[in-house]
Design a protein around this ligand. Structure first.
Ligand code: PLP
Ligand code: COI
Length: 343
């Protein structure tokens, strides 16, 4: 299989259509078989539930070329499970996680020429998603749905790759107490659009959201969870019912404990504590582990000792181990790596 002629090393986090995408429809109470198609457009009713009432959820995972030249995806079963959870909360039919994994594999396989080569710094981002597709005018769930998977080659989510970023504490909330912050609903991202445009306009790369009920605890950013490192090398990560249960964060916790022998605390993190941490990072599929150098709190900077030039030493160890597992350099725990057969 010949790779596409793409300048892999200079890709940003953008959309570049690839050859095939997976599509299946839910009608009369069941999912049809589904197929790979070339058409990258969607035609639906002007009154589709997704267009009127934002009935949609999505997932994000990546395919990598390993050091051994294999194409693999990272823990797709967990994305399948999270999508089931999102669908249930949004009154959408579940697309079973086994079928989800199968659809991901088929789509990556069909676009293997777009999986960036090992060492290029780029990956193939995989975006499964579902939406209510039939006309709904009274506020109620749709009866018909479409589930799709497309892929797009991507570079780093934040400009500058592994360079520390500068973020701010947001005065806007992305989630409500007892709302939908813990699932991957499109509406959560709509909530964050004004906040991110405003943050970028003011020179910040992201927003640190605090808990919407008391504004005293750290939640997450618009697209990643937080990890902190204490001055005595303990990894601390916020626990909250209104943040997305990041698969990257769950993997980092395991890597920190089992591969690096570090102590890990998953607990409520008060914003007042943040100034005392030695390192801070954002973790997610798109973000991987992006170091945070500074946080602006209403005009006052919290500067981490790791600074604005490089990742802190523990963050770097976590980053190297996690990406080492993803790229086949380090043995993975059982079930983390799914190989994609390619001719
Ligand atoms: N938090 C939010 C709001 C996200 O959108 C994402 C991205 O998926 C994450 C956290 C990280 O989750 P994961 O590591 O599963 O990609
Ligand atoms: C991901 O990391 O997969 C996400 O969905 C986050 C989004 C901000 C791109």
């Amino acid at each position: 299989m010949e790779k596409k002629d793409i300048d892999w090393a200079n890709l940003g986090f953008g959309y570049l259509p690839t050859d095939k995408r997976f599509v299946t429809n839910f009608k009369n109470g069941e999912w049809e078989e589904g197929q790979l198609v070339e058409d990258d457009t969607v035609t639906i009713s002007e009154c589709a539930c997704v267009l009127q009432y934002a009935q949609t959820c999505f997932e994000g995972l990546k395919a990598y070329t390993t050091e051994q030249g294999k194409i693999v995806v990272f823990r797709p079963d967990l994305n399948g499970q999270r999508m089931e959870d999102s669908c249930k909360r949004l009154e959408m039919p579940v697309y079973p996680k086994e079928k989800f994994v199968d659809a991901v594999i088929k789509t990556v396989q069909a676009n293997a020429a777009y999986v960036p080569p090992f060492g290029s710094g780029a990956t193939l981002y995989v975006r499964p998603y579902m939406f209510g597709s039939n006309a709904v005018i009274g506020v109620s769930p749709a009866d018909e749905y479409q589930f799709r998977v497309f892929t797009t080659p991507v570079g780093p989510y934040f400009k500058g790759g592994a360079k520390p970023i500068y973020i701010r504490v947001s005065d806007f909330d992305r989630a409500a107490p007892h709302g939908t912050g813990h699932i991957k609903a499109g509406l959560n991202y709509a909530m964050s659009l004004h906040a991110i445009v405003d943050a970028h306009d003011k020179g910040f790369a992201e927003n640190m959201y605090l808990d919407p009920a008391t504004r005293t605890k750290v939640e997450e950013t618009g697209g990643a969870n937080f990890i902190f490192v204490t001055k005595d090398n303990k990894v601390v990560t916020p626990k909250s019912d209104s943040i997305l249960p990041s698969i990257t964060r769950r993997s980092i916790i395991y890597v920190a404990k089992e591969y690096l022998g570090l102590e890990v605390e998953e607990r409520e993190v008060y914003f007042d504590e943040v100034k005392d941490f030695a390192e801070c990072g954002l973790c997610g599929t798109a973000a991987v582990i992006s170091p945070v150098g500074k946080i602006n709190d209403h005009g006052t900077d919290i500067c981490f000792p790791s600074g604005m030039d490089e990742m802190g030493p523990i963050t770097k160890k976590l980053y190297d181990t996690l990406t080492g597992i993803q790229m086949g350099r380090i043995d993975a725990p059982e079930g983390w790596i799914q190989e994609i057969p390619v001719e």
